[in-house]
Write a protein that binds this ligand. Structure first.
Ligand SMILES: [Fe+2]
Length: 240
């Protein structure tokens, strides 16, 4: 199977599986990102699209980015994108994040100004925590995990997916809205206290009612724990 075939298979599978399961904002953002359906995207072209529409730049990386660098990139509106695609033997379950995870899971929401601001403020909060309050790093990574990576949203139409750890993953997509996953109303005091396990299906998923609520919760929490870290100014909405 060529990398293009792997990409095409994942794209077909996930767009079908997510049809009723992903939040409409994901489809809106995905269409603005203009990700190819049948071949591995050209990162330079994707970078142009993201820069023009959202003011972010993409930074190709080889794999996991250490926390200080990751926070610094987000704070500067730069998103690290893993260059490598998963191998054929891991098409439906990749052991490590890869290009598919980043491009299909994370990049679409950079097109949403509110979520893009959240990424940026995670970066500022992370830099602040590293310098002044390392005890909050664990809390910050749990907040990120249970929202950006594994978040669900229920704005009245039932729970739907927005987390970048779920959207690209056939197994997590099927699991997240099934009776096997426990879906709990988002509560920041619980989220920051709950350890997570990577590499296993999530047992508990937290549900927000809107992206506005998510941003407000993060602003309030980060201003309380890491005062001075909330720096991103609201950006004008870009039209689609
Ligand atoms: Fe991720």
């Amino acid at each position: 199977m060529s990398p293009d075939d792997i990409w095409k298979k994942l794209h077909l599978t996930q767009t079908a599986s997510l049809r009723e399961r992903a939040h409409p904002e994901f489809w809106h953002a995905l269409s603005r990102l203009n990700l190819p359906e049948d071949r591995v995207p050209d990162l330079a072209k994707l970078d142009d699209t993201v820069q023009a529409a959202a003011g972010w730049r993409l930074v190709p990386v080889e794999g996991h980015v250490p926390e200080p660098e990751f926070f610094a990139l987000l704070a500067a509106r730069r998103f690290p994108v893993i260059r490598k695609l998963r191998p054929e033997g891991e098409v439906f379950y990749a052991r490590e994040p890869d290009l598919w995870h980043d491009a299909f899971g994370h990049l679409p929401f950079l097109m949403n100004p509110m979520v893009a601001r959240l990424y940026e403020n995670f970066g500022h909060a992370g830099l602040r925590a590293l310098r002044l309050a390392p005890r909050y790093l664990t809390h910050l990574s749990r907040f990120y995990w249970y929202t950006i990576e594994f978040g669900l949203i229920d704005d009245g139409a039932g729970p739907r997916i927005y987390g970048a750890g779920i959207l690209p993953s056939p197994g997590e997509t099927e699991h997240a809205l099934s009776p096997r996953a426990r879906r709990v109303r988002f509560d920041v005091s619980r989220v920051v206290e709950r350890p997570y396990e990577s590499g296993a299906l999530q047992k508990v998923l937290y549900v927000v009612s809107s992206f506005e609520e998510l941003e407000a919760e993060f602003t309030e929490w980060s201003q309380a724990c890491l005062p001075g870290s909330y720096r991103a100014k609201p950006r004008p909405e870009t039209s689609s």
